[in-house]
Design a binder for this molecule. Structure first.
Ligand code: FE
Length: 135
């Protein structure tokens, strides 16, 4: 999937849960250690919760201690868009789904080798598709 997906705010509000809408479309943040995936070790692919694009693989997931699912690389850098975020008195790099614009989280330069990147992602922005369908 690579064609851009544009939906109106009303369409997203109708198809997402209130929590998904608040995080993905209004750039909210789920509380640390509360999401579905921060401690998940299941093998699989993490899809965009809004459009289903394959964004992150469990092979690049690691325990950052932050309480949010953390990855040292995306499946494909082209699937991730970035934007400077100066909210809350900080300068951070916001990351979103290139296809549908869903806010995912932020990327920080304190991740592990080989990339040194830490993609700090809200669980609610993701949907895990396990490699083993029985999981
Ligand atoms: Fe998306």
């Amino acid at each position: 999937m690579n064609d851009r997906l544009d939906k109106s705010e009303a369409e997203w509000r109708a198809e997402l849960t209130p929590e998904q809408f608040a995080v993905c479309r209004q750039k909210g943040t789920e509380p640390a250690f509360t999401g579905a995936y921060w401690n998940t070790k299941t093998q699989g692919t993490y899809l965009c919760a809004c459009c289903g694009e394959e964004l992150f693989g469990s092979d690049a997931k690691y325990d950052s201690g932050s309480g949010w699912p953390s990855f040292w690389k995306p499946v494909d850098p082209a699937r991730i868009g970035t934007e400077v975020d100066r909210s809350f008195g900080m300068t951070r790099t916001e990351v979103h789904c290139s296809r549908c614009g869903a806010h995912l989280g932020h990327v920080f330069p304190d991740g592990p080798a080989p990339t040194g990147e830490r993609y700090c992602i809200n669980s609610v922005s993701l949907k895990l598709r396990p490699t083993d369908p029985a999981v």
